[in-house]
Write a protein that binds this ligand. Structure first.
Ligand SMILES: *Cc1c(COP(=O)(O)O)cnc(C)c1O
Length: 462
């Protein structure tokens, strides 16, 4: 299997190359050239298997024989052994037919661990095989940075530099990053805002000469391996509820669309899915596009669900590629127009998307209301991201006989501010993290200057 770009111009790549590459040279994102199929029997045979074994079976065709089966099975097993729940991603039944898929039992308490625990191990495997080292650079306002650090802390051939805006991330989120004292982990607090940090990372990718030939790797959500790892929990949860005999629906709190796109891939592989409900916060580009065909940027709003605060949804391009019948030129043309001005999708692709996707947008006041209401009804305290999903799932339920699985993307202790605003005394961190606020921290404060950051990277990489 090869991987091709959504804009149709960049060369096709192998799995190994696509893991190491990130964005395609034509500005597009990589997707598999063909979609591997899970037959009725393949799915039926997964009933009762461990999460790691299901993960191996779902992902193996995408790896395309480029990692031998024993090694790949070991990488997968190690990645999911870091989760604190034996089921890795347990299902929690809320009412007669509504389930929460708890994706927050990994090291940093948010769903990004599912992908990044595996991605770090895949990168390290390929780099060792090639006898190369690489540098990871990323900017974070929260979840991605800590999940990337946890995913790479044991990787011999990787050094990771994560930039966060100084004094502008929550204490829990900062400490999740800065209390990792591994030799290959470097936290940089930038005297500026998130956009300053992001701009310096972008500039470093655009001109990598400061690294003298060392590979620079991105671990943001456009990396195909992250999507691949996320396909697994859609399959595992549907099988647990009776797939392939019974259909399910999913509701996904969404921002960059990496999570829900993985669900769509599971559907394309043969998983019987009735519908996907896309939940957004007030940054509602996905909802506006689907509901009103308003494909346009709006100003960023800071919400109570900050990990979903986006202006542009980068992975939506992968779905557009499918909706436009894999016509890379049409996708490139649409996105060029979108960058310049408010635009709209063509009718046929939009109709195709509406067959499988519904959407709902949830503002801050409603997030607080939902946290209270869900607790009243189910005794669960939802994190603010999951709260958007809970409401969207109720509003866009569709056929009530079909089980609805809402993805719980973060542990409420990670976003205690919203929980307290909703009127609760707060949420304790889970036992394995209850000393987080006492752990030693290590980070370096630097001015928001590209040269200072790049000099720090060059001097500290191993
Ligand atoms: C990243 C994140 C999301 C959004 O996921 P996408 O793949 O970008 O759509 C939702 N909730 C939480 C808690 C996150 O960290």
């Amino acid at each position: 299997m090869r991987y091709i770009s959504t804009r149709g111009q960049a060369p096709a790549l192998s799995f190994e190359e696509v893991v190491l590459t990130g964005m395609a040279s034509d500005g597009g994102l990589y997707v598999p050239e063909t979609v591997p199929q899970l037959s009725h029997d393949d799915l039926a045979e997964m009933a009762g298997l461990s999460y790691a074994e299901i993960a191996f079976r779902v992902m193996q065709p995408f790896v395309n024989g480029e990692i031998d089966d024993d090694t790949f099975r070991r990488l997968v097993t190690e990645a999911y052994a870091t989760f604190s729940h034996d089921a890795v991603v347990p299902l929690n039944q809320l009412d007669a037919n509504h389930f929460l898929l708890e994706l927050f039992h990994g090291p940093t308490l948010a769903f990004k661990d599912v992908a990044l625990q595996l991605l770090g191990r895949l990168l390290d495997h390929f780099l060792k095989k090639r006898g190369e080292r690489a540098v990871i650079m990323g900017a974070t306002s929260g979840d991605t940075g800590s999940a990337a650090i946890e995913g790479c802390r044991h990787c011999d051939n990787l050094d990771i530099f994560i930039l966060h805006p100084y004094q502008r991330v929550s204490e829990v989120q900062r400490r999740q990053m800065t209390s990792v004292l591994a030799d290959n982990v470097f936290n940089v607090a930038i005297e500026g805002n998130f956009d300053d940090a992001q701009a310096m990372v972008k500039a470093s990718f655009a001109d990598q000469s400061f690294l003298n030939g060392t590979r620079l790797v991105a671990v943001n959500s456009i990396n195909w391996a992250r999507i691949m790892a996320q396909i697994v929990y859609y399959v595992a949860s549907a099988v647990a509820l009776g797939a392939p005999r019974r259909k399910v629906s999913f509701c996904v709190p969404s921002a960059n669309f990496g999570n829900v796109f993985a669900g769509y891939m599971a559907y394309r592989m043969g998983l019987p899915v009735e519908r996907f409900v896309i939940a957004t916060n007030a940054n509602d580009i996905l909802h506006r596009t689907l509901a009103a065909n308003d494909f346009s940027k709006q100003e960023l709003k800071a919400t109570l669900a900050p990990s979903m605060d986006i202006v542009v949804s980068s992975n939506f391009e992968r779905l557009l590629f499918e909706a436009y019948d894999r016509d890379g030129a049409a996708v490139a043309e649409l996105l060029a127009r979108f960058q310049a001005e408010p635009t709209a999708l063509a009718e046929a692709p939009l109709a195709r998307l509406r067959e499988r996707f519904a959407s709902h947008s949830v503002d801050d006041a409603t997030i607080l209301e939902v946290i209270r209401e869900a607790h009243h009804r189910t005794q669960e305290i939802l994190d603010p991201h999951t709260a958007t999903g809970y409401r969207a799932a109720e509003r866009e339920r569709g056929d009530a006989a079909v089980p609805m699985i809402t993805l719980a993307t973060a542990h409420p202790a990670k976003f205690a501010e919203a929980v307290v605003k909703a009127g609760f005394p707060g949420v304790p961190l889970p036992p394995h993290m209850d000393d987080l606020l006492e752990r030693e921290e290590r980070y370096t404060v630097l001015p928001a200057e590209l040269s200072a950051v790049q000099q720090f990277v060059v001097e500290n990489r191993r």
